[in-house]
Design a binder for this molecule. Sequence first.
Ligand SMILES: [Zn+2]
Length: 314
Amino acid sequence: MNQFHVADAHVDVLMKLCGSDISFQADDQRLQANFPSLTAGGVATQVFALFVSPDADAGTQLHNVLLELAAFYEQVATLPNIRHITSRSDLRTARQQHQMAALLSLEGGGCLRGQVEILHMLHHLGVRGMGLTWNDANELADGCGELRGGGLTRAGRAVVRELQRMAMWIDLAHLHDAGVRDILRFTDGPVMASHANARAVHAHRRNLTDDVIREIIRRDGWLGLTFEASFLSDKPASSDDVLRHLDHVLELGGARHVGFGSDFDGTSNPVAGLSESRDYAQLAQSIRERYGNELAHRILFDNFEAFLLRQLPA
Ligand SMILES: [Zn+2]
C-alpha cells in the first residue's frame, strides 16, 4: 500500500447524480468521480461543486442547486466513510476518524439573482466556497466567455463582502480577468482558484496570468490545477502537461499554494490516463518521482488542507 492522500477542489459529480439513476456508491463508468474511484485514487478531501447551466432562468437554477444539495445529503454525506465539512473542527474529526472530507462549493452565482439572502441560505446548508460566475455573465459579474469583459457589479461586490464575512472562500475560476482584478482590488485576504491552469504555459481564457498566480501565493491562497485537456495544451494533452503547469507554478513560488481540482464529471475533454479519480494513484507516483516525497505530499494534499484550516470557521 503506497497510498497517498489526495485533495481535489472540484468535481461536478452532483450534477450527474441529479435526475439520473446513477448511484454515487456504485463503480459506475458514467461517473469519473464515483466513491469507489475516489477511494482507489486516495482522495481524502473532495470539494463537490453545485453547478447548474446558466442558460436556465434563476428560479430553475435555484431549483437545480437544491436538487444537487439533496443528492449530496442523501448519497454522499450519508456514507459512513465520508464527513461533510463546514468547519475546522469537522476537518479535525474527519482526520481522526479516517473519513473523506467532503465540502460544498457553488460554481456560478446565477441562482442568487443578485440577492445575498440566497447566499446566506446556501451557507446555512453547508456551502463553504463560491465562484461568482461560470463562463457567462450574471447579475454579479462577467465570466471569462463574456465579450463585454466587465468586472464586478454592485451586487457582485456585495456578495464578495458577504463571502468574506462568512469565511467562505472566493473562487476565481471562470471569472473574467476584469472581475479577477476587481476582487483583488476590493479584498486583501486569501483567494483561491479551484480549477484553472497557468496562462503562461497555455494561453487559454480559463487559465490564470502569472500576476494573478503570484498574488494568490502572496495572499496565502491556493490554486488547483485542472485536467481539462483544452486548458492544458494545444496538442492532445497528457498527464505530462499537468506537470508542465505544475513546474511553472512552482517556479513562481507556489510550493505551498498549489494542488489539484480535477473537474471530473464536468470536463468534456478528459486527458488519457487522467480521466477518473482512481488515476490520482498514478499521478501521485509521477509527482513523487519528480519532486520527492515531501513536496509531493504538499502538492497532493497538504497545501489544500492548510488552506482549509486558514479559511474555514472554527
Ligand atoms: Zn468549471
